[in-house]
Design a protein around this ligand. Structure first.
Ligand SMILES: CC(C)(COP(=O)(O)OP(=O)(O)OC[C@H]1O[C@@H](n2cnc3c(N)ncnc32)[C@H](O)[C@@H]1OP(=O)(O)O)[C@@H](O)C(=O)NCCC(=O)NCCS
Length: 222
C-alpha cells in the first residue's frame, strides 16, 4: 500500500483540529508510554505453542516493533520508524496488534477513519509475521478493527492493494463474503502517479456493512 503517510497524518490532524502550534519537549521516550491498551483474548488464533493470541490497540512503545515487522513482511511500502511511532500514538484506537503470551507482536493492522467520510475505515497496512501466516490472523485482526469501529458508525472498509498481492486480495474478499457486503475495485493511484515502477494501487471498497461483524472464529470480541 502506498501510504503517503505524512500527508495523511497532517491531513487527519488538521481535519481533527488538533495540529499543535505549541512545540514542547517530550517528557520521555516512547517506552515510557504507559500501560498497554485493553486487550482481548481470542480463542482459535494461537501461537506455535497453541496459546491464544490477544488483540488490542498499539502504544508508542510498539512503534519500533511494528516498523521491524513491516520491514520483514515484504510487499509493504516501509515508512520511517518515526512514522510508526507517531501512528501508534495518534491512530491507536483505529489500529490493532496481535500479541503472543510473551508480548511479542505477531501481526498488526494500522488504519484510520477518513476525516471527510467518517463512516469509512481505511486500512493502511496489514502485516503478519511469517510464522503466523495462513491461520486466519489477518482476518481476525480485521474483524477486531472493524468491530471496534462499527459502534462509531463505520459502514465501509477501504484499502488499496497492488494487483500482484493475492494474499491481501483474498483477505479482503474473505471479509466481504463473511459479512455479505459488496466489494468494488477501482484504481486509486496509477503507476504514473506513484512513480519509481510502483504497481498501481487498486482501491477495494467493502460495504455497506449492516449488522455486527461476523468474526472468523466466532469469538465475541470486547
Ligand atoms: C497478507 C497477509 C497480511 C495475510 O495474513 P494471514 O494471516 O496469512 O491471512 P489469513 O490467514 O487471515 O488469510 C485470509 C485469507 O487470505 C487467504 N490467504 C492468505 N495468504 C494467502 C496466500 N499467500 N495466497 C492466497 N491466499 C491467501 C487465506 O486463505 C484466507 O482466505 P479464506 O478466508 O478464503 O480462507 C500476510 O500474508 C502478510 O503479512 N503479507 C505481507 C504484507 C502484505 O502484503 N500486507 C498486505 C498489504 S498492506
Amino acid at each position: 500500500m502506498q501510504p503517503e503517510l505524512h500527508n495523511i497524518v497532517l491531513a487527519a490532524l488538521t481535519m481533527a483540529g488538533i495540529f499543535a502550534t505549541v512545540v514542547r519537549m517530550p517528557s520521555g521516550d516512547a517506552s515510557d508510554a504507559g500501560p498497554k491498551g485493553p486487550a482481548t483474548q481470542v480463542l482459535g488464533t494461537n501461537d506455535s505453542r497453541g496459546e491464544a493470541l490477544s488483540f488490542g490497540p498499539p502504544t508508542p512503545a510498539d512503534g519500533a516493533e511494528l516498523w521491524n515487522l513491516a520491514r520483514q513482511a515484504g510487499n509493504l511500502d516501509v515508512n520511517s520508524r518515526y512514522a510508526y511511532l507517531l501512528w501508534c500514538r495518534d491512530f491507536a484506537s483505529t489500529s490493532v496488534v496481535a500479541r503472543d503470551t510473551q508480548g511479542v507482536i505477531a501481526g498488526f493492522i494500522t488504519g484510520y477513519r477518513r476525516p471527510e467520510a467518517p463512516d469509512v475505515y481505511f486500512v493502511w497496512q496489514v502485516a503478519v509475521a511469517p510464522g503466523f501466516r495462513r491461520r486466519g490472523l489477518a482476518r481476525t485482526m480485521l474483524d477486531h478493527a472493524v468491530h471496534r469501529m462499527r459502534s462509531n458508525g463505520v459502514r465501509f472498509v477501504e484499502t488499496t492493494v497492488t494487483p500482484d498481492n493475492k494474499a491481501s486480495m483474498r483477505l479482503f474478499e474473505s471479509f466481504a463474503e463473511a459479512n455479505g457486503a459488496d466489494l468494488t475495485r477501482d484504481v486509486l493511484f496509477s503507476e504514473r502517479e506513484l512513480g519509481s515502477g510502483h504497481e498501481p494501487e487498486v482501491l477495494h471498497r467493502i460495504g455497506p456493512i449492516a449488522g455486527p461483524v461476523q468474526m472468523l472464529d466466532g469469538a465475541l470480541p470486547d
